[in-house]
Design a protein around this ligand. Sequence first.
Ligand SMILES: C[S@@+](CC[C@H](N)C(=O)[O-])C[C@H]1O[C@@H](n2cnc3c(N)ncnc32)[C@H](O)[C@@H]1O
Length: 287
Amino acid sequence: MAFNAGPLPKQAAALLTGNTKVTTYESTGGKTTAKFATHNLTLIPPIKPGSTIHDNACGAGTVSRLILQQNAGTTDIKIHATDIDQAFLDVLTADAAQNNWPVSTSNQKSESTNFPSAFFDYDIMNIGIIFMSSAGLDATREIHRTLKPGGFAIVNCWKTITWMLPIMLVHRAFRGEAVPFPAPPINWTDGTQLRKILVEAGFEEGKIRLESQEVSSVLEEGEEFRGWVEKTWAYLAGIGGWHAVDGEKWEEEVDMLAELLKKQPGTTVEGGKVTMTASQWVGVAEK
Ligand SMILES: C[S@@+](CC[C@H](N)C(=O)[O-])C[C@H]1O[C@@H](n2cnc3c(N)ncnc32)[C@H](O)[C@@H]1O
């Protein structure tokens, strides 16, 4: 994931430098995206032996790892995992080499890959499409081009994220109302855009299934919750650029985010546990 250039506060640097960026992501938002992926893999027929699979915008390989767990012992599947963030690819590449996984990684933009047409049996892009150019259309066209006839695509996007509004409120409180906090230029929250790009990319309406799903993250109130909040702030606050105040008032920013999060619709605090919800739209399309 790319972060705005700017003086990275030392507190954020400690959570984002090199491979720590990957562990920070995996222990915060990555837990939620993994839950989405686990659910979404149940929406397609079981992976056939001999399948070629694209883990598209793979991060550190959330989808690849789940497929390998679920198909343990099947040696004849091949996964091609692609992303533009080398730190994430490096973690997956190292794990694949160490464990002898049938996964090859490459640094490629999802909008334009070097795979031949009709190459994949499955193309799974887990929470990547909102980051792509032309509001996701170029990457969805590329998925359609590289899928075999009869192949399945899974593409999903956020529907609601409990922690996004609190992050924007902390941004405004400490950095000022006038400092922009860029949001995706397209509204993805009602599923319309996801269906639209699948159809425009060439998938038949009758072969697209669109649904939403909600997941929860449960954390112990206290240190575990505070740690999650700090990592989430480190990971996402850079969307609004880093500012001198962030280094000076880091602890106050994190405390405010923790307090706002507990009051946010979608959060419940009960019996020493904080539960936060997030939801997705998922489109499953057969070519
Ligand atoms: C929220 S992460 C999801 C990662 C992983 N699929 C998962 O489920 O955890 C989004 C990923 O999209 C990647 N990404 C963003 N724009 C991209 C592009 N144009 N082409 C390929 N990957 C991209 C980012 O580098 C990041 O790893």
